[in-house]
Design a protein around this ligand. Structure first.
Ligand code: TNX
Length: 505
């Protein structure tokens, strides 16, 4: 009843029970992770090395096994104990998560559970993920979710073998990343006067100020914590659009210096965007210097979605620059500008990630495209020869409602049903990612309600690969039914974790 489904699982005879005298032999980080994930509920100390009694061993080690790739692992349980092997420690971390799923679901409880035999079925598992990128975007710009929730969210990603947290840190409605050189970004840009009440289209405001931001030191700790679980964190600083909070903090970054903008209090797309002057580009490079100092992950997302070009078209400096660069449209300045930023980040040995709108405005060579505006954008990115992460709203927007039933809380739009997520066929891509834009997700509880169980379905697409479809594009019923049965068992784990997910229909 593993989720995501392993590549190969053979059940063998017997079982193995963890006891107080079961010892652990594993690299330090792995032994620590085992204890972090298993000891709280079981109370078992899992000491290093062969234990005094005959409690058997959990042995985990890295070996030369190219066929297991960067994240695969082999896990064997027999009556004498548990053995896991992987080519990397990341692979061993996923083996630990599988071991946890093999135990009774009470292992997910936060406090000691008595009277449960911590029995593992004897199995032989070989497990290698289909896609290298298995991500989840969390929008902390529209609502600043508390730091402890980010830790909890990382735990949940790791439990589903999702390996990337995409933190959307800035937007028109809030700037959440501390920048030492530009303190007003958080001092001013981190706070707004009000938020929409009800659906934005109704035009009502709640009159309640909202704000907050994350210290660099706190984010570094979060990155280290996620790393111990095999989760990388990709920061997104969304520019040159979705930048009204930054322009409210530093009007000189905008196009109309005579006007003091406020951090935006409604949802939707601001027409105010960064200017493309050298001084602003230099400031943006300074900002990213601090970003890469906090986030060691190779990828940095620089945004690029939904950038209205009217302010550039009205700017003599921008139109002159477009002409000088020989660009047919002033909007194409965005591709040029993003290329400058990419070159700066390449100096830090970072790759840039961008939203798919850049495909229409000259995406820089080597950029990884996050295709959100539909599955045809996946094909467009591939046709442009760029790596692509499949994030289409039709299958991966978990801020959308699951159904149009009356029990659904307020959502930006709908619908993205669970079965649609499970049936997603991403094709030949770097990977998949589920999005949690937070306009209508003001609390952690609401985030989790929307995230699960759809994120579990996406985790299975990303790890186990898409289910087979027949020629008419119909998902064979048995496969969906099999997943649903397994998910029903998996939801009991989420119950233990206190995740208030959306119940199955
Ligand atoms: C579009 S998707 C956006 C976000 C919104 C989202 C709402 C994307 C790259 N941009 O700014 O939050 O729609 O679903």
């Amino acid at each position: 009843m593993l989720l995501p489904r392993p590549t190969r699982l053979v059940r063998s005879a017997g079982d193995f029970t963890l006891t107080a005298s079961t010892g652990v032999q594993a690299p330090d980080g792995i032994a620590d992770l085992l204890r972090e994930l298993i000891t709280p509920a079981t109370g078992l100390p899992l000491p290093d090395g062969p234990a005094a009694g005959a409690g058997g061993m959990i042995s985990m080690r890295t070996v030369d096994a190219a066929q297991l790739g960067a994240e695969g692992y082999r896990l064997t349980v027999d009556p004498s104990g548990v053995r896991a092997e992987a080519a990397t420690e990341v692979g061993l971390r996923w083996a630990v998560q599988t071991l946890r799923q093999l135990l009774p679901e009470q292992v997910y409880a936060a406090a000691p559970v008595r009277g449960v035999p911590w029995r593992l079925p004897a199995v032989e598992i070989v497990d290698v993920p289909t896609y290298a990128w298995r991500g989840s975007l969390l929008d902390v710009a529209r609502w600043c979710h508390p730091l402890p929730f980010l830790y909890r969210y990382v735990d949940l990603l790791a439990a589903h073998k999702l390996n990337t947290l995409h933190l959307h840190l800035t937007d028109d409605q809030g700037w959440r990343f501390e920048v030492r050189r530009y303190p007003r970004l958080t001092e001013v840009g981190g706070y707004r006067a009000a938020s929409p009440a009800g659906h934005a289209r109704d035009g009502r405001a709640d009159g309640v100020p909202h704000g907050g931001w994350y210290r660099q030191a706190d984010l570094r700790d979060l990155v280290a914590y996620a790393h111990r679980r095999g989760v990388r964190i990709m920061p997104e600083i969304d520019l040159p659009g979705h930048a009204q909070a930054a322009i409210a903090a530093y009007p000189e970054f905008g196009n109309d210096h005579t006007r003091q903008l406020a951090v935006r209090t409604t949802w939707g797309i601001s027409t105010h965007v960064l200017n493309l002057e050298p001084a602003t580009l230099a400031a943006v490079c300074d900002i990213f210097d601090e970003v890469v100092d906090v986030f060691p992950f190779e990828y940095v997302h620089v945004g690029g979605d939904e950038v209205p070009s009217a302010e550039w078209a009205a700017s003599p400096a921008a139109t002159a620059r477009a002409a000088a660069l020989g660009l047919p449209r002033v909007a194409d300045l965005q591709g040029w500008w993003t290329g400058q930023l990419a070159a700066h980040l390449a100096g830090h040995r970072r790759r840039i990630a961008v939203w798919d709108e850049l495909l229409d405005r000259g995406a820089p060579a080597g950029a990884t495209v996050f295709a959100w505006r539909g599955t045809d954008r996946i094909d467009a990115a591939r046709a442009a020869g760029l790596p692509v992460v499949a994030a289409p709203y039709t299958h991966t927007y978990f801020d959308w409602a699951e159904s149009d039933g009356p029990a659904e809380p307020l959502a930006i739009a709908g619908t993205v049903p669970l079965e649609t997520v499970y049936g997603f066929q991403p094709g030949e891509v770097l990977g998949v990612q589920g999005q949690l834009w937070s306009e209508y997700l003001p609390t952690p509880q609401r985030v989790l309600w929307r995230a699960f169980p759809r994120l579990a379905a996406l985790a299975e697409v990303g790890w186990s690969g898409p289910v087979a479809v027949d020629v008419d594009g119909v998902v064979p019923a048995g496969t969906w039914a099999e997943f649903r049965d397994r998910l029903t068992v998996h939801l009991r784990r989420l119950d233990q974790l206190g995740v208030g997910y959306r119940p199955l229909d």
